[in-house]
Design a protein around this ligand. Sequence first.
Ligand code: SF4
Length: 83
Amino acid sequence: MSIRIRVNPIACAGHGLCAELLPERIARDEWGYPIVSDEPVPPGMLALARRAISDCPALALMAEEVPQPGQRPQIQRKLRRTA
Ligand code: SF4
């Protein structure tokens, strides 16, 4: 399974913590709001992605499972831990 990060722009308060935790996938605009990459999170960055999602003070970040061909996307608030 591969995931990408999504942000709820209504809930986001622009704290910027997510961009500090996961700068490889989240940048900040000039007002401090996140600009989230559409690229999937590689396995080596999953722990940081999990932390960015769980530490967001506004609960505005979520993980979206990257669908396989013919599959609908699944949104997850929390990432399941694997081994
Ligand atoms: S940590 Fe949460 S509230 Fe802060 S900028 Fe990122 S998504 Fe928005």
